[in-house]
Write a protein of this length. Structure first.
Length: 162
């Protein structure tokens, strides 16, 4: 899930459908691909840094929450958090909404970054622990591959649904 989300968010900046809604007019007119709008570089950095700051907050929260609530309740808290802030992306109408949504979903991603491997290490038999924790990395890779395929698939989609 995290690999998919991080890849798709970073790839959206160049999508014509995305820049037509959230972009600003190019200072020199039309770009090389015919796009008239772009997401400014400083805004792209702010979005990426918001996500990173959110992840650091999520990593910190996960430690305390796991210690007090346990793995299962912390996971449910993280799932609820991610679901609620994913709707912010769907209903976003400007770049400020995107920045806030990216920062707050970063908290959920930070929770899962530490929760998955440590939980797998905690419950798996000793002989299976390396495989269980390694599977977390495999899932990140699978998510990135799925995200790449999805971004390529929607490249030619026109309209609001894209």
């Amino acid at each position: 899930m995290e690999g998919f989300c991080l890849l798709t968010q970073g790839s959206l900046y160049a999508m014509p459908q995305y820049t037509n809604v959230f972009g600003r007019p190019r200072p020199n007119g039309t770009g090389t691909t015919g796009d008239k709008n772009e997401i400014p570089g400083n805004i792209q950095v702010i979005i990426a840094m918001g996500q990173t700051i959110g992840q650091m907050g999520g990593l910190t929260i996960a430690g305390y929450a796991t210690d007090t609530l346990g793995f299962r309740k912390t996971a449910m808290l993280g799932f609820s958090w991610i679901i609620s802030w994913t709707f912010a992306f769907f209903f976003a109408r400007n770049l400020t909404h995107i920045i806030l949504a990216q920062t707050f979903t970063g908290i959920g991603w930070g929770i899962f970054q530490t929760l998955g491997p440590s939980y797998a290490n905690d419950i798996a038999p000793e002989s299976l622990r390396p495989y269980a924790t390694m599977w977390t990395n495999v899932c990140w890779i699978i998510g990135q591959i799925m995200g790449s395929a999805m971004m390529r698939g929607i490249l030619d989609v026109k309209g609001d649904i894209s």
